[in-house]
Design a protein around this ligand. Structure first.
Ligand code: ADP
Ligand code: ASP
Ligand code: MG
Length: 414
């Protein structure tokens, strides 16, 4: 008998019929003799709908109340799911985050899980029940309801799998697994059979929303075997596992894009010790995450500073930077929101040179200008004009032959 945590995303539970279909699928696994913990998201579109209503009430919604509102979405699906299981003659129990004491910190709308009490879940499982738990939510020590940030149900599922020492955590979604790039914009995208935690972390952090990045971090830390697969087929999906030899010979394993970026430039900043700290300390104190930073020295002890922030923080960042620019005697602050970050990811890059320059060459061939570049051991990212996103993704996917199931380096592209 295995203990399996299964998570079904919004599109998988988008209607009562779909919830019934999920219940039947779960019952098949139950009949095979497994203990099952089922984590559900809200119906697709529901979290956005609730956020829209909140904005009708308050220009900048109160974060505590926002969490109170958003957690209702998952309450609907877990209760309906439990009813569907009971209707089929089996037993299920639905539980909210605070009932299973998914304890989080107090960061409303982006809380982090601190601990989970497994006693109650284990007791229900031992009594033969299918336990269904609301994704994306938790509770603070003071009893306030919190949410874990968008896509947070993946994190709930992995955290439960780690706490319960489950045999596997299965993430069911609307695609067959993790692909070489987003299959909704690149028809040639190929499903990846096995991917390392580290590559998956990079893909998730660079825009592949198929898995929430925090869920991958937790899975890596607690060695939770992850299986990303489709709700609508029985096919084997993608296994997220520890790195192995075959993976090392892969050159590039995926292309990602993120339109969630904005660029800010401070010009003619005095080039002296302490200036970068004066710019970036207040920004980070305000909870604004800065990603890429480029500094270009000019003549006359002056420098230009360009960096990226998350698009939703752009207005706040610009306001702060106008003040900071005055304080440090910088000439101007300019910015743009119509940019995108395109990245290639692969553990094989560690052992090969020339990957970054190949990427630049391919973008140049398409006439796409690169505004910023950043690299790590296993990724290269470029900031480009947002309107070229799809073109860039497809061109890079083709050039690195990611549609082919090859694991060797293609000489032509280097
Ligand atoms: P769920 O509601 O099940 O959590 P999400 O919408 O969060 O589903 O994630 C699945 C979507 O992620 C897919 O429909 C796909 O368009 C998108 N996606 C982006 N990049 C990738 C990728 N590399 N592989 C698979 N899906 C991806
Ligand atoms: N319902 C939440 C969202 O839409 C959490 C999730 O689906 O993972 O972000
Ligand atoms: Mg998701």
């Amino acid at each position: 008998m295995a203990l399996i945590v299964q998570k079904f995303g919004g599109t998988s539970v988008g209607s009562t019929d779909k919830i019934k279909a999920v219940a039947w699928r779960v019952l098949k696994n139950y009949a095979a003799g497994n203990q099952l913990v089922i984590v559900l998201s809200a119906m697709s579109g529901e979290t956005d709908r609730l956020m829209g209503m909140a904005r009708d009430m308050q220009q900048v919604p109160d974060l505590r109340e926002m969490d109170m509102l958003l957690t209702t979405g998952e309450q609907v699906t877990i209760s309906l799911f439990a009813m569907a299981v009971k209707e089929a003659g089996y037993d299920a129990v639905s539980l909210l985050g605070d009932q299973v004491r998914i304890r989080t910190n107090k960061m409303h709308t982006k809380a982090r899980i601190k601990s989970i009490d497994t006693e109650l879940i284990q007791e229900y499982l031992n009594n033969g029940k299918i336990v269904t738990i609301a994704g994306f939510q938790g509770v603070t020590e003071d009893g306030d309801i919190t949410t874990l940030g968008r896509g947070g149900s993946d994190t709930t599922a992995v955290a439960l799998a780690a706490a319960l020492n489950a045999d596997v955590c299965e993430i069911f979604t609307d695609v067959e697994g993790v692909y070489t790039t987003d299959p909704s914009i690149c028809p040639n995208a190929r499903k990846i059979d096995r991917i390392s935690y580290d590559e998956m972390l990079e893909l998730a952090s660079l825009g592949a929303k198929v898995l929430d990045i925090r869920s991958v971090g937790l899975a890596k830390r607690y060695k939770v075997p992850l299986h990303v697969r489709s709700t609508f087929s029985e096919n084997e999906g993608t296994r997220v596992v520890e790195e192995d030899k075959i993976m090392e010979s892969m050159l590039v394993s995926g292309v990602t894009y993120s339109k969630n970026e904005a660029r800010i430039t401070l010009t003619k900043v005095p080039d002296q010790p302490g200036v970068a700290a004066k710019i970036f300390l207040p920004i980070s104190d305000a909870g604004i995450i800065v990603d890429m930073i480029i500094q270009n020295t000019r003549a006359g002890d002056l420098t230009d500073m360009t960096f990226t922030v998350i698009r939703s923080d752009y207005d706040r960042a610009m306001k702060m930077l106008r003040e900071i620019a005055g304080d440090i005697n910088a000439e101007s602050v300019t910015g743009a929101q119509d940019i995108a970050k395109i990245s290639i990811v692969g553990v094989g890059m560690r052992n090969h040179s020339g990957i970054a320059s190949t990427m630049f060459h391919i973008l140049a061939k398409e006439g796409i200008n690169i505004m910023m570049i950043s690299t790590s051991e296993i990724k290269v990212s470029c900031i480009i004009d947002e309107k070229y996103t799809e073109l860039a993704v497809r061109a890079l996917h083709d050039a690195f032959a990611l549609d082919k199931d090859t694991i060797t380096v293609s000489e032509e592209i280097l």
